[in-house]
Design a binder for this molecule. Sequence first.
Ligand SMILES: C[S@@+](CC[C@H](N)C(=O)[O-])C[C@H]1O[C@@H](n2cnc3c(N)ncnc32)[C@H](O)[C@@H]1O
Length: 248
Amino acid sequence: MPAISLLILLLIIIALVIYFRRGKNANPQQDLKEYIDKSNTELFNQFESYHFIRDRLNLKQGLPYTRDWSASPDFLKRIAEHCLQYQPETIVECSSGLSSLVLARCCQINKQGKVFSLENGEEFARASRSHISRYQLDKYAQIIHAPLINHNINGRDFQWYDISQLPDASINMLVIDGPPGFIQAHSRYPALPLLQQKLADDCVIFMDDAARDDEKEIVDKWLTEYTGWQHEYVSLMRGCSVLRKLTS
Ligand SMILES: C[S@@+](CC[C@H](N)C(=O)[O-])C[C@H]1O[C@@H](n2cnc3c(N)ncnc32)[C@H](O)[C@@H]1O
């Protein structure tokens, strides 16, 4: 190829690169504005949910909220609203923490119901119990130290909670916020296969972090493998999957 043709080809490539790079960042100020607007809206929503929980549940001592590990305020608000409206008798929770406190306080307001939280970390179980006691909610919550043990589900091994200490009662509300995703792929998948026999017909399942790919795959697997469930995705900060039994 003559040198002139090579030069023209090179110039065309450079022009294309410049064109596409400009297109990508066509208006960086606009991008920044959209990002800031979105963050402000998100922050406002979480702030509003936090205050809803504190005021509606009259938790004057504030909430022992941790940014990285607590469920987000909008998820806590969602499960609190459900608990106050439907007054479930038996609530089971996979993981413990602020969510246990919020649900126990709802049961106290309802004057009925109890939350049983499965917690694999002994020190986290102790911390959750001490929050529950500080708010004098021991009658409405039991934090169960449930180490992760091997469960073989359809030929696949999962590390999931030891459920031997769960009461022999039908579960009316199931909240899934553990075990943490770093334990294994599809970490929260065993919840449905291992607890489905215990779920009451009116049971509603709430799974936090449903915006993540791993949780989306878990819901897809559940819906494929277990019939009779209806799924609603709620667009909260980290996403929330709500599953209800279909009524015939
Ligand atoms: C997402 S957290 C559960 C949060 C709980 N539902 C709440 O609202 O507070 C899931 C699990 O992470 C573990 N965990 C909690 N705090 C942690 C920390 N600071 N570092 C590592 N793991 C933690 C606990 O075993 C907990 O059950």
